[in-house]
Every structure is written in C-alpha cells, then in structure tokens.
Design a protein around this ligand. Structure first.
Ligand SMILES: Cc1ncc(COP(=O)(O)O)c(C=O)c1O
Length: 364
C-alpha cells in the first residue's frame, strides 16, 4: 500500500513561522514579535464579545451583514463590494485560489509578507520576488517581472517586515502600468500607522478600476488578532468570484460583534496611533544612538540591522534579548539574516529593550 501523498509542490512550501511567544525559564516575557496591539483592544469590543456569549449555538450570518454595514459606513464604500474573512490572510488565500492556476505567477517584494506566497504555491503558482532596494518596494522592479502568465501582484503598504511605504504617486503608477488582467492587491494591514499626508490607501483606485483590491485587518490597529477578522474591497466581479469559494461561516458571531464595536471606538484607535508614533520615534532614535541602523518605519514595528561581526549579530541579539524576556522577530526567513523586527512596545518594554541591546553591544 502506498501512503497518501500531497499534491505536487505542497511539501516544498515552507510553513508560516509565527512570532515567538514563550521562552524557557522566563515567566512573563514581553512579546514584541508579532506586531500585535500592545494596548490590547477597545473595552467596547471586549463588552460586545462577551455579550455575544448566549449566541454561541447559532451559525453566524454568512454575509456578515452588521460588519458589512459598519465598514461600508465608516470608509464610505459600497457594501456589496466587500468580502469578510478569517483574517486578511484568508482574503489572500482566496485571491490566490481564485485567480492563480498552475503555471501562472504572482509577484511580490523580495522581503514581502510570507502569507502571500503560501497560498500562491498551494495553488500551483510560481512566486516572483521583485528586488526592494533600500528595503522599499520598487515599481520598476515589479514591472520587469510581469509576463503573460502573471495574475496577481501583492504589495503590503506599509510593508512587513520592512515598515516602509510606497508613496501615493508610485501606487498609482504601478496600477497605471499593470495590464488590466493582472490584479494589484494593496494590503493595508498597517495602513493606519502611516500618517503621511500623501499616503494612498487605494480605495479610489479599487473603485475606478477593474483590477485593484484593497485589504484591511482588525488585528493591528483594533487589537483583535485573536478573533481573526479581515476584509477586502474590490470590483464586483472579483468579489463575486471569490464569494463562490469563501466558506460560508468564516467570520464568527463574537468576532463580528467585537469588530463592529472596535470600529466605533475612535478614542482607542487614536490612542493606539499616538502611542505607536511616539514610541516609534523614540525607539528609532535610541537604537540609532547605539550605532544600529533602523529602517525608517511607518508601521507599528521597526526593522533593526546588526553587524555581521561575531558576538554582535542579529541572531545572537535575538537570543540575548530572549534570555532577558524580550521576544523579537528574527527575520532570516524573510531574506534578512542581519536584522530583527521589533514591535513598538509599551514604555517599560521599549526601555528594557534599549537597555538590553546596549548591554548586548557592550559585551566583550
Ligand atoms: C503585511 C501583513 N498583512 C496581513 C497580515 C495578516 O493579518 P490578519 O491577522 O488579518 O490575517 C499581517 C499580519 O501580521 C501582515 O503583517
């Protein structure tokens, strides 16, 4: 008898590696490895989640109507052009499944978010990685990889793990330059932390064109990562195709209720953005003061570069920080073996991080 074998390509896929949340011998480590909201979530979201408890026996509304209405109203979008999913990860997965056939290709930045590629490989597609000079998405590098089998281009804006943005004019140039049969996905998971006036979140592009999709999440700004709620805004034919394979009950009732409440809590959202802006600037300046290069970030984390000198490397820094209860993300699997990605923490965590890195770099 032969054992069941996964279809071609599956065993070649590297599974997603989540940020560490535990370290041997440390009771309550400070988790700065998953870009979660360190302020938690809105108290209104917690109340709404708890209030949904008596409804656990019911299947959720497959159209996510209450959430659809709330998102449409908040962002001034047409409700029928929205899709709601189990995190924005599921939106990417469905896009890959819907539009990529074996032999087709998808393009993303060389340091692009790992979840984009997993779905593309699972669909039998090829993934092409566009160079990111200075850790930034480069429109011409993407365009140079396009051919007649290209179906999707994924751009996280701001990027993860780089934290850099593609300016509004460049987003538009990319959309203008891509053939109309190729879908441009603009993943705005960290969008709210990019407060630059010329940032373009892509909603107008998605409204005007037949081939632009914008995705957003409740996991970052709203601090609801545990509940897995993400959404996409896209032209109607794209939504209609995706809805055919979206599993019907993919957003559960407590998650939906909490998300609606979170969307209405402007005060919590404002406090989150202010916290990130204040401590991002502080961390960038302090780490720079230690002689480390920090890529200027527009997200709720920073990418910090380490020397290759033995004793000073990113891998050794990660272990040293972990031994002091500070968990950060080593990003070698993103093609960045000399860097760490560090979530902007609470004041105590940020200060402890700088002190620990200072001690690390002072070791003989
Ligand atoms: C760039 C980027 N996009 C999307 C996501 C996924 O978010 P969600 O929790 O909505 O699946 C993340 C999560 O870390 C991310 O970093």
């Amino acid at each position: 008898m032969t054992a069941p074998t996964p279809k071609d390509g599956i065993l070649g896929i590297e599974a997603y590696v989540p940020g560490k949340s535990k370290v041997e011998g440390v009771e309550n480590p400070v988790k700065l490895s998953a870009n979660e909201n360190v302020l938690g979530c809105s108290p209104l979201a917690m109340e709404a989640f708890a209030a949904a408890a008596p409804r656990l026996a019911a299947y959720p509304d497959p159209r996510a109507t209450v959430l659809r209405q709330a998102v449409a109203a908040k962002f001034n979008l047409e409700p029928e052009r929205l899709i709601f999913c189990c995190g924005s990860d599921e939106v990417f997965q469905i896009l890959n499944q819907t539009f990529l056939s074996p032999g087709d290709n998808m393009i993303q930045g060389e340091f692009g978010f790992a979840a984009f590629a997993i779905g593309a490989y699972a669909a039998g597609g090829e993934v092409r990685f566009a160079k990111e000079p200075n850790y930034r998405i480069d429109v011409d590098e993407i365009l140079a990889l396009v051919d007649e089998r290209t179906k999707l281009v994924f751009v996280a804006n701001p990027g993860n793990p780089t934290g850099t943005i593609l300016e509004g004019a460049e987003v538009r140039r990319l959309a203008d330059s891509l053939p109309e049969n190729i879908i441009l996905v603009l993943d705005g998971a960290y969008r709210e932390f990019a407060t630059d006036p010329d940032f373009d979140d892509g909603f107008d592009l998605a409204r005007e064109r037949g081939n632009v999709v914008v995705t957003r999440t409740f996991s970052k700004l709203h601090g609801l990562a545990a509940l897995r709620v993400g959404w996409g805004y896209a032209p109607s034919p794209i939504i209609a195709a995706m809805d055919r394979i979206r599993l019907p009950f993919n957003v559960n009732i407590p998650a939906m209720e909490a998300a609606v409440a979170a969307l209405g809590d402007d005060d919590f959202q404002r406090r989150t953005v202010e916290h990130v802006e204040q401590w991002r600037a502080w961390l960038t300046q302090q780490l720079g003061g230690l002689g480390l290069e920090v890529t200027p970030s527009r997200a709720n984390f920073v990418l910090v570069h380490f020397p290759k000198t033995p004793g000073r490397t990113a891998a050794e820094a990660e272990s040293f920080l972990a031994s002091r209860g500070l968990l950060v993300r080593y990003v070698a699997n993103y093609g960045l073996p000399d860097a760490l990605r560090i979530t902007i923490g609470l004041e105590d965590g940020n200060r402890a991080l700088v002190a620990a890195l200072s001690a690390f770099l002072a070791r003989r």
